[in-house]
Design a protein around this ligand. Structure first.
Ligand SMILES: CC(C)(COP(=O)(O)OP(=O)(O)OC[C@H]1O[C@@H](n2cnc3c(N)ncnc32)[C@H](O)[C@@H]1OP(=O)(O)O)[C@@H](O)C(=O)NCCC(=O)NCCS
Length: 169
């Protein structure tokens, strides 16, 4: 399947919401949460999202923010039929490149301690486990694993498949 990663826009939000609702492990946000990601920005907090699509169909997305020189991955999900094709990694690389272009030296994230699949994916993408935050998640209550990586080693990503514009939201 030929797919490409591009910046999320307001037109993607309904499809992103429908996709994350199919994926239990993904953070579940409201329509207005997503709208804020593509429309709101300030000097102290920038947010953006990226989507992966093939022939106009959404395959995955990620959302991240940049605060005080640190990038944070807030959400990432790929539909099950498209997993294992490098889409998650390409989304992560797009976010890392965006954060790095905005001055971030690190990318951080929190993940449920039982989400072993995502933790392995992050480790394969260069993140290291750094600490645990007890009972951070509710319903069900669960610890968060805090992971991070330096962005000095982001490296190049396949330019033909990924279009990145400078930070703007
Ligand atoms: C985690 C997730 C985003 C990975 O997306 P993906 O497109 O399948 O991942 P990729 O194909 O880009 O894989 C990238 C690397 O992670 C590894 N990886 C992916 N899933 C893995 C798994 N289940 N177990 C072990 N390694 C895994 C791949 O082997 C690959 O490493 P390699 O290239 O060095 O071999 C996807 O499985 C998902 O959407 N999960 C549900 C939502 C979720 O848990 N989100 C995280 C919480 S916010």
């Amino acid at each position: 399947m030929k797919w490409a990663v591009r910046r999320m826009t307001a037109h993607d939000i309904k499809a992103v919401l429908a996709l994350e609702q199919q994926i239990p492990e993904a953070p579940h946000w409201t329509l207005s949460d997503y709208e804020r990601c593509v429309t709101n920005s300030s000097e102290s907090l920038q947010r953006t999202g990226f989507v992966a699509e093939a022939k106009g169909n959404l395959l995955g997305f990620c959302i991240g923010k940049l605060v005080a020189g640190i990038g944070e991955l807030e959400s990432i999900a790929v539909i099950s039929k498209a997993e294992g094709q490098g889409i998650g990694r390409a989304l992560l690389q797009a976010l890392a490149a965006w954060a790095q272009a905005g001055g971030a030296a690190r990318l951080e994230l929190e993940v449920r301690a039982t989400n072993v699949r995502a933790i392995r994916f992050y480790e394969r993408s260069g993140f290291r486990r750094e600490s645990l935050r007890a009972a951070y998640y509710q319903a069900p209550e669960e610890d968060a694993v805090l992971m991070g990586k330096s962005l000095k080693s982001v490296g190049n990503f396949p330019e033909k498949r990924i279009a990145i514009r400078p930070p703007e939201c």
